[in-house]
Write a protein that binds this ligand. Structure first.
Ligand code: AMP
Ligand code: MG
Length: 213
């Protein structure tokens, strides 16, 4: 396979490029795209075969779940069976942005997304290219960082291609990811909530909205 690279403006991505990338996802392909944190390697969340291809392309261990990316708050309930008040409060304040929430999963999403677990991780990226891509597809996109498993998270299209050239269909190249650090992952399926990964949103900012262990 040869990997195509489509250059897009990070602030005002060309619609033709976005529609083409959405078509690749619709056809079961993998698209690397910029978010405000790092580059993501995306597949259509409902396409189990495509989601499995993410693991193959990255060499990712099967037991490691993926973050689901949405472009609208309403889409969270397409993958989460319950969106508790604490989640709604955090979504109102931090979506879109570098915060990932772990919630109870809907049973109908592919097991590969959640690594077979009862929970699903969701976030809304604050990047025009990521938002336009998910909007054009019309459904959430499962996307871990766009690098080989165990390597540094890819924050530029060059790093994506260093790791994944020939293993994925397309890279949307919008230059470096602005934050260059991952999202904070907060588990809301336990009380008090628990930070599973430190990231761009400090735990103290979250504590103003929900009790955290
Ligand atoms: P990355 O693969 O770099 O995108 O990182 C995704 C992070 O989110 C990893 O640390 C995963 O373990 C974490 N994650 C994804 N889904 C879940 C989940 N359902 N429960 C807990 N952590 C999750
Ligand atoms: Mg990663």
């Amino acid at each position: 396979m040869s990997t195509r690279r489509l250059v897009v403006d990070p602030g005002h991505p060309d619609l033709a490029a976005i529609l083409e990338a959405a078509d690749v996802l619709r056809g079961g392909g993998l698209v690397a795209f910029p978010t405000e944190t790092v580059y993501g390697l995306g597949a259509r969340v409902t396409d189990e075969a495509a989601v499995r291809r993410i693991f193959a392309a990255k060499g990712r261990p099967e037991g490691k779940p993926l973050i689901v990316h949405v472009s609208r708050r309403e889409q969270v309930s397409r993958v989460a069976r319950d969106v508790p008040p604490a989640a709604r409060a955090l979504m109102a304040r931090f979506f879109p942005g570098p915060l990932t929430l772990v919630l109870p999963r809907r049973p109908e999403i592919p097991d590969a997304v959640t690594a077979g677990g009862d929970t699903v991780a969701v976030r809304m990226p604050d990047h025009p290219v990521a938002q336009a891509l998910i909007e054009a597809l019309g459904e959430p996109v499962a996307a871990p960082s766009a690098n080989r498993s165990g390597a540094r998270s890819a924050t530029t299209p060059e790093e994506v291609l260093d790791d994944l050239d020939g293993r994925i269909e397309l890279v949307l190249d919008a230059g470096p990811a602005p934050l260059r650090q991952p999202s904070t992952v907060l588990d809301l399926t336990v009380e008090p909530a628990r930070v599973l990964r430190q990231g761009a949103v400090p735990a103290d900012a979250l504590r103003r909205h929900v009790p955290i262990a």
